[in-house]
Design a protein around this ligand. Structure first.
Ligand code: UDP
Ligand code: MG
Length: 309
């Protein structure tokens, strides 16, 4: 009998834990040839998430849990679940039921057809704000453009199945800033996607506010592209060329008219403008430097406080 590990990161998901467990269990009860384990990863919840998970685990052998010592972030929670998964395949999905458990059937079907990674392509229902839908699509298009991985399809969702061999590859990666959506694409393997419509959260609220979304977006860009670093060189060339032309015009002008060009205001504006450009470039270099700093420290991606397996 094949075993499927379902990895569910949970940050303040009180109320959703029993719901998602029941739904996943119902799905597997329709499958005869598969066993499953659910690995809940409690990512520093401040509500009763841990209590609910432990209650489930007491009564159900297939419920495993990992409790982090604090909040380490969604991506690290999924990574932790993958690190400990023992199934022939692993499925990661959100705890808030926005990822319909019934789709697991489809994921397994495609896996059995021989695909190593089955990702999901999310279409947003109308209830999700237009802002979130639009920014998400634009972001993945942009990221695809500046990086070497294609994230336009299935980039925006961490609902996916990976064969044990793929999970093994991820397990052995030691990136301080992990961005699974990019990695799963970057690794290659035989891949396919299935569509689903994201539902609304069952209860509670999203942990991703605008600030966190921006941070996540930056992580994605800097983890998969060094193009922002080239910006300095490009801008340098452009402005040098402009300056050369401008200087030529100035010299010719002063020979012909024998008067100085006045222009205090434009001078100050230029100084301020280039000051700004240089700070932006420095900032971008700083971001990458910070990433190198984080990586060389080789701190663990997460710290486990308790675990029942
Ligand atoms: N999550 C997590 N750690 C965090 C934030 C979120 O483990 O720091 C989990 C959360 O419990 C959920 C999934 O990641 O299972 C997606 O989070 P959320 O629903 O808040 O994001 P959204 O669906 O709004 O993008
Ligand atoms: Mg959600």
């Amino acid at each position: 009998m094949k075993k499927i590990s379902v990895v569910i990161p949970a940050h303040n998901e009180e109320g959703n834990i029993p719901l998602i467990y029941q739904r996943v269990k119902d799905v597997f009860s329709t499958l005869e040839n598969y066993r499953f384990e659910i690995i809940f990863v409690n990512d520093g919840s401040r509500d009763d998430t841990q209590k609910e998970i432990e209650e489930l685990a007491q009564n159900n052998d297939e419920v495993k849990y990992i409790e982090f010592s604090r909040n380490f972030g969604h991506q690290h929670a999924v990574k932790a679940g993958m690190d400990s998964s023992t199934g022939n395949a692993m499925i990661s999905m959100d705890a808030d039921l926005q990822h319909p458990p019934e789709l697991i059937l489809e994921l397994i079907k495609r896996w059995e057809e021989g695909f190593d990674i089955v990702y999901t392509i999310r279409t947003y229902p109308k209830q999700i704000s237009a802002f979130k839908r639009k920014t998400s699509t634009l972001y993945y298009k942009f990221l695809t453009r500046i990086s070497d991985v294609n994230l336009s399809e299935g980039g925006g969702s961490d609902f996916r199945l990976m064969d044990a061999s793929v999970v093994d590859v991820v397990r052995n990666m030691n990136e301080a800033d992990i961005f699974l959506r990019g990695l799963s694409n970057w690794m290659g393997f035989r891949r396919t996607g299935v569509h689903f419509t994201a539902g609304e959260r069952a209860t509670g609220e999203s942990s991703y506010n605008l600030k966190k979304m921006m941070k996540f977006a930056f992580t994605g860009i800097t983890a998969f592209s060094v193009k922002p670093l080239y910006l300095a060189a490009y801008l340098g060339f452009i402005f040098s060329a402009l300056a050369a032309v401008g200087y030529g015009i100035y010299v010719i002008h002063s020979f012909i008219s024998k008067t100085e060009i006045s222009g205090w205001a434009s001078l100050i504006m230029t100084v301020v403008f280039f000051g700004g450009v240089q700070l932006i470039i420095l900032g971008i270099m700083g971001i990458y430097l910070g990433k190198i700093f984080n990586q060389v420290k080789e701190r663990p991606n997460y710290i486990i406080r308790s675990k029942n397996f």
